[in-house]
Design a protein around this ligand. Structure first.
Ligand code: ADP
Ligand code: MG
Length: 234
């Protein structure tokens, strides 16, 4: 009670879980340079469900990679839970990412020769730990416990996406990024994937940042951010 009262009367906002300042990123193709991110300032609070919308080529994937520590910006800073992501050394950064950040890539990115269970255990295996118990739990969480021994080719698109989500949550990250997770799915599979992501955020307080084209799906979030020509709108 006392904690809550103190907090309520302080003027400070809680520490943002994701904060960026003046993030710039450009790509050079031959002699031409295109500026994809032009000074992105973001502040996202713990547990927020954010949808990121914008036309194709607007820089959504580039921004998500940058927020997740997968692509260093040329200028500006990205902080996750108060840690300046790009100020960390390579190994520290990998460890920090592994512990705090889950990422669902645009096209599943499952390893075709590994079973669903093995795919989900990969983030643990990289750290040299047997995570098969946690992997099984994560598979059960997305409703795929009975598909643990299947190879990706033996799963539907929606099921493969659920395996990719299980892999992203196996380390119980604080932040989960998903890049157009329903892009290749029909409407009933899309709705189910969104439900799984939103429930994870609600039940575990995971902060969610989801890229989508679907304005209808985006309504289920707390806030929609729109990126156009490398800048945020609204
Ligand atoms: N590795 C890269 N090399 C060169 N240009 C790139 C690369 N990745 C993305 N781009 C360009 O940056 C722009 C933004 O791409 P992206 O972030 O993938 O947009 P979105 O996800 O919104 O469709 C596009 O014009 C794209 O062609
Ligand atoms: Mg993209």
């Amino acid at each position: 009670m006392r904690q809550a009262a103190t907090w309520k009367h302080s003027n400070r906002m809680p520490t943002p879980i994701i904060e960026t300042s003046n993030v710039h990123r450009s790509y050079r193709i031959g002699r031409k340079s295109i500026e994809v991110l032009r000074g992105i300032d973001l502040s996202i609070q713990p547990g927020e469900k954010i949808f990121l919308c914008g036309p194709s080529g607007a820089g959504k994937t580039t921004l998500l990679y940058t927020l997740a520590g997968l692509e260093r910006p040329e200028q500006g800073t990205v902080s996750i839970n108060g840690t300046d992501l790009y100020a960390l050394g390579r190994r520290e950064q990998a460890r920090f990412r592994n512990a705090n950040i889950g990422y669902v890539f645009q096209n599943y990115h499952l390893l075709p020769e590994l079973t669903a269970l093995e795919n989900v255990a990969v983030p643990g295996a990289i750290a040299g730990i047997d995570r098969s118990a946690e992997a099984m739990k994560a598979l059960a969480r997305v409703g795929l416990a009975d598909r643990a021994e299947h190879l990706p080719a033996e799963l539907s698109g929606g099921e493969q996406q659920r395996v990719a989500i299980a892999r992203a949550i196996v380390n119980e990250p604080r932040v989960l990024f998903a890049d157009e997770p329903t892009g290749n799915l029909d409407s009933s599979n899309s709705a189910e994937i969104m439900r799984i992501l939103l429930d994870l955020a609600t039940e575990h307080g995971v902060t969610l940042v989801v890229v989508t084209h679907d304005q209808q799906l985006a309504k289920a979030g707390d806030r929609t951010l729109v990126i156009r020509d490398g800048a945020m709108h609204g």
